[in-house]
Ligand binder design. Structure first.
Ligand code: GLA
Length: 784
């Protein structure tokens, strides 16, 4: 809801208020946080009665110091020396800007040119003008009530007769005060994406940005502000994200009196955009949320928001298929026979969709050639895409295909016929990334070509899924069709959005999965088109614990694509138990990526039961309310993830461990937000592997067994006793305040069959469900 009285604007979601007002013609920010009511806004206003010092009085007005005023959107040139949201100039009028409030409009149907969140409850457009420069600014605010999210973007309309050059234009600004403040960022690298980092903001300027042309695996655009006391389940926090897939920036400037300014949006780095007379420039959208119930609640806001307002409508809350991807099974070395054998095994274990990854096109037998030649390689697949897809369909599986459309190999027919379509600086040797160059998406000819070529290939066969990859960052930025090279990085992203908007509209039923060497472009811009993203090329259980935890702060499980791969893991060479890889993969969209034809019967049997289990709870694992236990894996060697349905009737709790240590604290499961009701909580019983006990087996064995000897191995193969069995009845409130103290883990002595054999990289899955306690009491004849 948006309430407007006497130039005071009160944007409200279910639990938050965002308030700004006009004063001296300026648009000033007054409050963002828990939902409030007010008689008038006097008590919210920053009081400026102090001495001037070096501060400047705005337009000669006594004690109106712009350097201390909380602005809704700041510019430069009237005495505010903090980082401005907008900076531009032209040759005759320089950098000065002074925008004043003019009017507002309420209209839910306004749409911007960039990808943005859909279906707001309300939309407010504020119009500001700088008369002397003949420029209009439109600040657009969207309110998403039930998810507690407010979004913003900005348009600049050049009504003057000359061009202006933007050197920065952020989408959002928030001027506020806070003493104890930290920023959480999600940083990393290839195979190590979105590692949670905490930064104290005690003074100066802190920046989280990307400069490589994509939203990056180095610094994800998601940021969180909180005091040091906030935990997963308690305390206030503000979350921010940017609906953009290119260079982004979030900046916090802290003044000595702890006045803070947050700016966020497209980065101003290597950005210089010319807005000609009568042209409009629109920024990307940014989103923000607030909670006073801890980081899990903040994540829940973002998860609900992404699921309801970012993901393409036709995929909202739609179960995602379980895929088998052939990449780690075959790499480039496959033919139709091999693929069909894999697909057959996939069908036997219950997989639903087969994805043919890199190597099916041109002459691509390694990563040195053929990107750009999106025609099937008939040597590998003599019956073409259609022939293969039909056979896979006949097995009862859907068929999916890998593409990397933004790229071009120098060794490709496309490069030979259009060398100028590659991104490279004239007369310089371009820098290669994974032996390839980028296609120049700032060139309309290239955009048109990609639309036509890809639509044609996608129409050739019954394709249900596309993995859209992007395996190098931008260098040598130069667009042969551009008149201003300062626009290259932004125009590249505009070109990309044009292509994917076109294709996803032409093929609305194809499920697109975003990928950029794993998670180099995991952002809300891509999610506006692609409902899920390949989280990381790293499928190692331990690394994934960190990656999936970090990702979960801002992105819902339905977007987090996870594959169970073989061991030793191809990224770390680590060997971890299959059930751990599976349970962790379940918290998101599950898939497999291993050579099923080379797995033994026991593994295939286990995978088959895993898939049955995942299908049983799939909707919960993809769309349930998700929580992290506290401390998380970033603080401790064990953690829990849990999901539950909206009605809090059924939930799943995954317990995950890295390295085991003796004398660890007891494992206590705490589940928050349950109802005033009883719940039954129990573990999924697994099978023990006797070989894990090594020589200790002789303590129990009536005859001495030589470790790893024939008999030992035989017994290990045929005899699999059950793990512990735990079952508790717990009141919903006690579940969080007291928790469930689990059986002890193995610690050398005192072993019995109820000890939890978790070990290094071990895990457990627990189910909790609401119970009818009266019925239960009657059944068990239990007396109070
Ligand atoms: C990237 C992707 C992988 C795989 C390869 C194929 O690295 O992230 O999943 O598709 O490309 O070349």
């Amino acid at each position: 809801m948006i309430k407007i009285t006497d130039q005071v604007f009160h944007l409200q979601t279910n639990d938050t208020s965002y308030i700004f007002a006009v004063s001296e013609g300026l648009l000033l920010h007054h409050y963002y946080g828990a939902k409030i009511a007010f008689f008038d806004i006097d008590h919210l206003k920053v009081k400026l009665h102090g001495g001037a010092g070096t501060a400047i009085e705005y337009e000669g007005k006594k004690q109106v110091y712009t350097n201390y005023l909380p602005f809704e959107y700041s510019t430069y040139g009237t005495g505010d020396y903090r980082e401005p949201a907008l900076l531009f100039h032209n040759m005759t009028d320089g950098f000065y800007a002074n925008f004043k409030y003019v009017s507002y409009e309420l209209d839910k149907n306004i749409k911007g040119p960039l990808p943005e969140a859909k279906d707001p409850d309300d939309l407010l457009k504020i119009i500001l003008e700088d008369d002397s420069r003949h420029l209009q600014l439109q600040l657009v605010y969207k309110v998403f009530e039930d998810t507690n999210v407010i979004s913003r973007y900005v348009r600049l309309i050049n009504q003057s007769t000359s061009s202006i050059y933007l050197s920065r234009m952020f989408s959002g600004q928030w001027d506020f005060e806070a003493d104890d403040l930290e920023m959480l960022t999600f940083d990393g690298a290839w195979a190590k994406e979105r590692q949670k980092q905490t930064h104290r903001l005690d003074g100066g300027i802190f920046i989280n940005d990307a400069k490589c042309g994509s939203s990056s695996n180095t610094h994800n655009p998601l940021t969180i502000l909180k005091p040091s006391t906030t935990t997963e389940d308690a305390g206030w926090a503000f979350g921010f994200n940017i609906v953009y897939s290119g260079n982004h920036k979030t900046l916090v400037e802290t003044m000595p009196n702890n006045q803070r300014r947050l700016l966020l949006g497209m980065s101003d780095f290597a950005f210089n955009y010319c807005v000609n007379s009568n042209e409009t420039f629109t920024t990307c959208e940014v989103v923000m949320t607030y909670t006073n119930e801890g980081l899990n609640d903040l994540s829940n806001n973002f998860h609900a928001f992404v699921n309801r307002h970012i993901i393409p409508k036709q995929f909202q809350f739609k179960n995602r298929p379980i895929v088998l991807n052939n990449w780690e099974a075959t790499y480039f070395n496959f033919n139709e026979k091999k693929i069909l054998e894999l697909a057959k095994k996939a069908q036997e274990v219950g997989i639903e969709l087969f994805v043919l990854d890199d190597g099916w096109f041109g002459k691509r037998n390694d990563d040195h050639s053929s990107l750009g030649d999106w025609d099937v390689n008939l040597q590998k697949l003599p019956n073409g895409l259609k022939g293969l897809a039909d056979k896979i369909n006949r097995l009862g599986l859907q068929f999916g295909l890998w593409f990397e459309p933004e790229m071009i190999s120098e060794n490709s027919d496309l490069y030979r016929s259009h060398p100028t379509w590659a991104v490279k600086f004239p007369n310089h040797t371009p820098s290669l990334g994974r032996n390839q160059l980028l296609l120049d998406l700032t060139n309309p000819e290239v955009v048109a070509y990609l639309k036509t070529k890809l639509s044609k290939t996608l129409s050739e066969a019954n394709i249900s899924y596309v993995k859209w990859d992007y395996n190098r960052n931008i260098t040598d930025m130069y667009g042969s069709a551009l008149s201003n090279q300062g626009e290259f990085l932004h125009r590249y992203i505009l070109g990309l959005y044009e292509v994917i908007d076109y294709l996803t509209n032409c093929f609305p039923n194809i499920l697109f999965e975003g990928c950029a060497s794993g998670g180099n472009r995991f952002d809300l811009g891509m999610l506006c088109f692609f409902p899920q993203i390949w989280t990381s090329d790293d499928t190692d259980y331990v690394e994934r614990l960190f990656i999936q935890t970090g990702t979960s702060y801002g992105y819902p499980l339905s977007t987090i694509s996870n594959h169970v791969s073989s061991v030793p893991n191809h990224q770390t060479l680590r060997t971890t138990p299959l059930h751990s890889r599976f349970y962790l993969g379940c918290f998101g969209v599950l898939g497999y990526e291993m050579n099923l034809c080379e797995q033994d019967q026991e593994t295939l049997k286990a995978i088959k039961s895993q898939i049955i289990l995942y299908k049983k709870y799939r909707h919960l694992w993809q769309f349930g309310r998700f929580y992290r236990s506290y401390p998380t894996i970033f603080e401790l060697n064990r953690m829990g993830f849990y999901v539950m349905d909206e009605k809090k009737q059924l939930g799943l709790y995954g317990f995950f461990q890295t390295l085991v240590h003796p004398y660890m604290s007891n494992d206590v499961v705490k589940i928050n937000h349950l109802d005033d009701n009883y719940y039954v909580f129990y573990n999924i019983i697994q099978k023990l592997n006797l070989l894990d006990f090594g020589g200790l087996i002789n303590i129990a064995s009536p005859i001495h067994l030589k470790v790893n000897g024939k008999l030992h191995r035989f017994i290990g193969k045929v005899y699999h006793p059950n793990t512990e069995k735990e079952r508790y009845i717990v009141h919903g409130k006690a579940f969080f305040h007291a928790g469930v103290k689990l059986n002890p883990q193995f610690m050398g002595t005192g072993f019995n069959n109820q000890v939890r054999m978790i070990g290094d990289f071990g895990s457990r899955l627990y189910v909790f469900s609401k119970m009818d306690i009266k019925h239960h009491l009657k059944r068990t004849n239990f007396k109070h």
